[in-house]
Design a protein around this ligand. Structure first.
Ligand code: PLP
Length: 341
């Protein structure tokens, strides 16, 4: 038994999901003739109370498309220094859109309205790259699954409106935040111009992300997705997994969060752990005694068929997910308790 806690992307489709995928009615989605893709897009748009939605092969492509449609070459986007769009999308912001990033020094991937106000200053100065787009990530990936306060997001939205800035949410794990905070998708649909969500993270679909927005924005996104090479043909086989995931795998995220809490409780009692970051959803980030070191700890867990990720600077990450069973959980908790320096 391999206990893979590297990410919530490691899940395999369940039997039921596979069955539904294989039986999905499909067509050529480049001609908008795949009924299952259309159904997924309509379902997602209505869930968020947004006009339209577009299916993507990856979250990266959905985010990069959003950035491209909101900006022009030479513009500036504003995001937290931990943002996935800045750190983990291969420099796509520069490569695809010719845009620079103004990084805010936030807390666990989240910044305040006050910090944003400072970051957009100097817009009338022709020396300064023109601020065009504000990006938020919820939950934060590098920030350890932290969730924003909705009241802060509302303040940030107000600033974006007052300054005619576009507002994008990288919601790869937004459903984790919605479940943890007991919030509704439509709250977010009202706030943002565009939202990306991943179906292939906690929700357990094998492939796929969605970009949500107005009809105008999604029409633009459709052209950009084609240009990026993301126009897919019988994508309904994949979209069917997304529909199934939205119907069946959202509320159960609470179980992943519960397991993450229980792992945190054990880590807080063992002497080799020096620090644990606050656990809000399904991501646990912790530090071990320097005498052991993160790499050695990860290797020794690997020897026991438990896979964890190094996050740099001595940080170790565990992510709970759909395929992490109760039995695996028990084994992990025992191994963590019994680990010998
Ligand atoms: C995983 C992730 C993405 C990108 O998704 P891919 O499907 O892996 O391209 C974007 N943003 C955040 C915050 C993520 O965690």
């Amino acid at each position: 038994m391999i206990i893979d806690l590297i990410s919530d992307t490691v899940t395999r489709p369940t039997k039921e999901m596979l069955q539904i995928m294989m039986n999905a009615p499909v067509g050529d989605d480049v001609f908008k003739m795949d009924p299952t893709v259309n159904q997924l897009q309509e379902k997602a748009a209505s869930l968020f109370g947004m006009e339209d939605a577009l299916f993507f092969p990856s979250g990266t492509m959905a985010n990069q498309t959003a950035i491209k449609l909101h900006t022009q070459s030479g513009d500036k986007l504003i995001c937290d220094k931990y943002a996935h769009i800045y750190n983990y999308e291969g420099g796509g912001v520069a490569f695809n859109s010719g845009v620079t990033c103004k990084l805010i020094d936030g807390n666990r991937g989240m910044y305040t309205a006050k910090q944003l106000q400072k970051a957009i200053a100097g817009r009338s100065d022709i020396h300064v790259p023109y601020s065009r787009l504000v990006c938020v990530e919820n939950t934060t990936n590098k920030g350890g699954g932290a969730c924003w306060e909705f009241s802060e997001l509302k303040k940030i939205e107000k600033i974006t409106r007052e300054n005619n800035l576009s507002f994008h949410l990288d919601g790869a794990r937004l459903f984790n935040a919605l479940v943890a905070k007991n919030e509704a998708p439509a709250q977010y649909g009202q706030l943002f111009d565009t939202i990306s969500i991943c179906l292939s993270k906690g929700l357990g679909a094998p492939v796929g992300s969605i970009l949500l927005g107005s009809k105008h924005h999604i029409a633009k996104a459709l052209r950009i997705r084609k240009l990026f090479g993301g126009g897919m043909r019988q994508a309904g086989f994949l979209a069917a997994a997304g529909i199934f995931a939205l119907d069946n795998h959202v509320e159960r995220l609470a179980e992943d969060h519960q397991k993450a809490q229980e792992i945190g409780e054990v880590l807080s009692t063992v002497s080799y752990v020096t620090k644990i970051e606050p656990i809000e959803t399904n991501i646990i980030i912790f530090y071990v005694d320097q005498k052991i070191g993160a790499d050695t700890f990860i290797q020794r867990m690997k020897d026991k068929n438990i896979l964890l990720t190094p996050m740099g600077e001595g940080r170790i990450r565990i992510v709970t997910h759909l395929d992490y069973t109760d039995k695996m959980h028990q084994v992990l908790l025992d191994e963590l308790k019994n680990f010998q320096k």
